[in-house]
Design a binder for this molecule. Structure first.
Ligand code: ADP
Length: 479
């Protein structure tokens, strides 16, 4: 069976303005980079250039940090928490008003489907600002009997998988707790952070409270190494997380790191299978597998292996891979050529290892970076496809007999970001959730996010939490 044929349902781009060139947003102004350098950001769905973006160097970062420090000392640490809340609410509302535009720009720059950017990324980003605006003047109730203080200047570095949402995760709690910000979006997806800078400007936020500097890893490193930055909040690869930890060792900088994952989705033999299959599909193919907590390892209990695999393949046949702006598309473009090469490299390793592979028989567009959803089976526990984060629509399937066995196998990874458990029995859920070493564990669902729930990892998936009360702690000094 192939999926239904749908007529194209393209989201309009006519209401979206993308400038030819973006400068750095420092101290409430758009300034040219001291580096005099710009880089291109492209649409991974068709390889067309969307805009040129400034590449900040150390001097530019220094300017941004100085602006953030001045804003902290002279304004942001002095105004009342209720005033802070007003600005954050205003940012949330302005973002909501321009949500269609944000969704389209996110899909153009990141390759993610319009359905996701419209229904997941943008509403969640707005909700993070709304949620944190509510906390700004209630922090003393959040942490009763503790003396709390803001930290100062937060340097924030984010990846390309949820560009706007990650910016919201970082900026909203920092502002609510009274800190100022220098944020760097990822080099392949800078546009929605720059649009956010426009909104921040329109909100009347005092100059220097939020500064957005664009660039590559060197720009990120300049933020990490700047002497006057008090806290680093980073989301990205475990490799870069380790570099950052080394760089700040022995300094006074606080840090929260949200790093990679190789999360286990576990289907027990008593699970509601159709629901579980849909959850597994959502867990790994959602956002092209570009999700740090993607359910990239599937464990199926032996009695239901054949049924689950058959249903998975059946469902995969109806997934539509293609233009991210088409509302029918389930799986959009891989974020960059580099990432597509990484994913294809892993598929080659799987072939060499003699893994059994299944790819859905879908048509791929002739230009742009695409990868069909893929299952890999018959893998050894030591296989790199089981151990390493692929960050693409590739699901490694393993089987198990007993609960003890699956706990042991699921925990046998350097990571510990998330896990999913599918079963009819509450007692099994409680048993597994206490024994799986992962920061977030979903039961009979997957990839559910909410600003009120803390998110973060165990082991090499990082430390510190974002969201909820726990997320506020990362931006406060507490006595
Ligand atoms: P991913 O694999 O998700 O691209 P990276 O860790 O490479 O993750 O990138 C995440 C963010 O970290 C990006 O904004 C990137 O520019 C930045 N970055 C890369 N190298 C460094 C570094 N050495 N120091 C600080 N930031 C860096």
């Amino acid at each position: 069976m192939k999926g239904w044929d749908y007529s194209p349902a393209l989201e309009s781009t006519s209401h979206v303005e993308i400038k030819k060139r973006y400068e750095l947003y420092i101290n409430g102004e758009w300034v040219k980079p001291a580096s005099k350098k710009y880089f291109k950001t492209i649409n991974p769905a068709n390889e067309e250039v969307l805009a040129e973006v400034a590449h900040a160097n150390e001097k530019d970062v220094d300017k941004a940090v100085k602006a953030a420090r001045k804003a902290y000392d002279e304004v942001w640490s002095k105004i009342s928490p209720a005033e802070r809340a007003k600005y954050i609410f205003r940012i949330a509302r302005l973002m909501q008003e321009r949500s269609r535009e944000f969704a389209v720009v996110e899909s153009l720059d990141a390759g993610k489907t319009i359905r996701e950017s419209r229904d997941v990324d943008v509403p969640l980003a707005c909700n993070h600002f709304f949620y944190h605006a509510g906390w700004a003047d209630k922090l003393e109730f959040a942490f009763p009997n503790r003396k709390i203080e803001s930290i100062g200047v937060a340097g924030q570095i984010i990846p390309w998988n949820f560009p706007l949402l990650m910016a919201a995760w970082k900026i909203a709690p920092a502002l609510a707790t009274g800190n100022t910000v220098v944020l760097k979006p990822a080099e392949t997806t800078p546009l929605t952070a720059l649009k956010l800078a426009e909104i921040i400007h329109d909100s009347g936020l005092p100059p220097g409270v939020v500064n957005i500097v664009t660039g590559y890893g060197d720009t990120g490193a300049a933020i990490v190494n700047h002497k006057d930055v008090d806290k680093i909040a980073f989301t990205g690869s475990t490799g870069v997380g380790k570099i950052i930890q080394k760089a700040i060792a022995g300094t006074n900088k606080k840090a929260t790191l949200e790093l990679g994952g190789k999360s286990a989705n576990i289907i027990m033999d008593d699970a509601p299978i159709d629901q579980a299959v849909e959850g597994v599909i959502n867990g790994i193919f959602f956002n092209q597998g570009h999700v740090c907590c993607a359910g990239s390892r599937l464990f199926i209990q032996e009695g239901v292996v054949d049924t689950v695999i058959e249903k998975l393949k059946h469902r995969m046949k109806s997934l539509i891979v293609g233009n991210p702006l088409d509302k029918n598309t389930d799986i959009g473009a891989i974020n960059s050529k580099e990432q597509l090469d990484i994913i294809n490299g892993y598929l080659k390793i799987g072939e060499k290892e003699g893994a059994e592979m299944y790819q859905s028989p879908c048509d791929l567009p002739s230009s742009g970076y695409y990868c069909p959803p893929t299952l890999v089976m018959n893998l050894a526990q030591s296989s790199r496809l089981v151990q390493e984060e692929i960050f693409g629509p590739v699901l490694a399937i393993q089987t198990f007999r007993t609960i003890d066995e699956v706990i042991q196998k699921a925990n046998n990874t350097p990571y510990g970001l998330a896990a999913g458990v599918w079963t009819d029995k509450g007692s099994r859920i409680f048993n597994l959730t206490t024994k799986l070493r992962a920061g977030v564990i979903w039961a009979n669902t997957y990839n559910k996010f909410d600003p009120t729930s803390p998110f973060g990892g165990y082991k090499e998936s990082g430390f510190g939490r974002e969201g909820g009360l726990h997320g506020l702690e990362g931006y406060l000094k507490m006595n």
